[in-house]
Design a protein around this ligand. Structure first.
Ligand code: THG
Length: 366
């Protein structure tokens, strides 16, 4: 592929200078911002992520901040996950849906205070939907996109790296919880979360000016840990079954089709605008659903939807795929009709480079 042309619409981040100095080789666009996709090669980045520790510029995980007396009510309007047990200091993975039950985003919600949340969004303009609800329902909430840029530390040595900069107390942060830590006199929200299965943290960096000082401090502290700049890794996230909004599911899918039913408690999510629509489809169960698949052969890059065929009949589609060095097969994510979604079902996948055999897997590769 040719180069991506820089412009104001494709926003740089507080860490772009460090990302470039580390030799970034490719970008994608995510929430109208640069997101690195490769530093050395995707396979080298994968191996390093699984063995050492990486620092990721995930500034593109923009925050929709909601603040005010109606913040809690607004949050429950957005998601079919029951938020009543969510306490300050917790993060929740929350599918967000429209009035038809169609997925609008799959963010991480961060509860900063009773009346203040960050919605750490995937790649869609959720801000407009949130502002529309606030205006339409006359809610007493302020909505905006603050100057907050997440920086992730991911990999088996993430705890050692984070402790080197923030102190040993970061080791005590529990999964999907956050604490507040000092860096050069600035308070930072640090959560144990991130878009990999290797473990680690996400630092919500408030104020772009402190971005490069923090980046440099992490690189310095991690010298003996073989720290390197990294990014969400295509192979690792498919193996782990981490879904990519806009790729693996869209507004045309319900959370149940996306396999996110475990994050929905639609019955008790009173106030969710998609509740009635989801109660209808949830009682029947979805007729198609996300599955892990294995594909045989020398497949091209998955840069479009690949139809999944049973003979002449289309029974689904592959939406993400990559060669996995560890599992020595092409790992893939697809949406498959219920008639064909059982494990070990043999199908054919139609790519731009021809047809390859695909097999439905029991689970992801975690
Ligand atoms: N971290 C933060 N913001 C984000 C992402 C992130 N915004 C964009 C994107 N990633 C949102 N999508 C996801 C997808 C999966 C997970 C988090 C965000 C995830 N899922 C685990 C799972 O599915 O097993 C854990 C969920 C749980 O147990 O609650 O981590 O990565 N800040």
């Amino acid at each position: 592929m040719a180069l991506i042309s820089p412009s104001r619409r494709l926003r740089r981040t507080p860490f772009s200078q460090g990302v470039e100095a580390a030799g970034v080789k490719g970008y994608t666009s995510y929430n109208h911002m640069l997101l690195p996709t490769v530093f050395r090669t995707v396979q080298e980045d994968y191996r390093h992520l699984k063995e050492a520790v990486q620092v990721w510029d995930v500034s593109c995980e923009r925050q929709v901040e909601v603040r005010g007396p109606d913040a809690g009510r607004l949050m429950q309007m957005l998601t079919p996950r029951d938020l009543r047990k969510m306490q300050e200091g917790m993060c929740y993975y929350v599918p967000m849906v429209d009035e038809t039950g169609g997925m609008l985003n799959d963010p991480v919600a961060v509860k900063l205070a009773e009346d203040r949340y960050w919605i750490s969004i995937a790649d869609s303009d959720l801000l407009f939907w949130v502002k529309g609800l606030v205006y339409g329902f006359r809610l007493d909430v302020l909505v905006g996109e603050p100057d907050v840029s997440p920086l992730a530390i991911q990999g088996p040595k993430a705890d050692d790296l984070a402790a080197g900069v923030f102190g040993d107390a970061v080791r005590d942060i529990r999964f999907f919880r956050f604490g507040r830590f000092d860096f050069q006199g600035r308070e930072m929200v640090i959560a144990r979360s991130g878009y990999s299965r290797q473990g680690g943290f996400e630092i919500y960096v408030e104020g772009g000016d402190i971005g490069m000082p923090l980046w440099n401090a992490l690189m310095e502290a991690g010298r003996d840990l073989d720290v390197h700049a990294g990014c969400p890794n295509l192979i690792e996230r498919i193996e782990g079954g981490l879904l990519s909004y806009g790729n693996d599911m869209t507004r045309d899918n319900t959370p149940h089709e996306a396999g996110l039913g475990r994050f929905c408690s639609t019955q008790t999510a009173i106030g969710c605008v998609g509740r009635d629509a989801l109660l209808r489809v949830a009682s029947e169960g979805p007729v198609k659903q996300v599955r892990a698949l294995r594909i045989e052969g020398d497949i091209p890059p998955c840069d479009r939807v690949w139809p999944l065929m049973d003979g002449q009949y289309q029974v689904g589609a592959i939406t993400s795929a990559a060669w996995s060095p560890d599992f020595e097969t092409n790992v893939a994510i697809g949406m498959v009709r219920m008639t064909h979604w059982n494990a070990a079902t043999d199908l054919d996948v139609v790519t731009q480079n021809g047809v390859f055999p695909a097999v439905v897997q029991e689970t992801f590769w975690i």
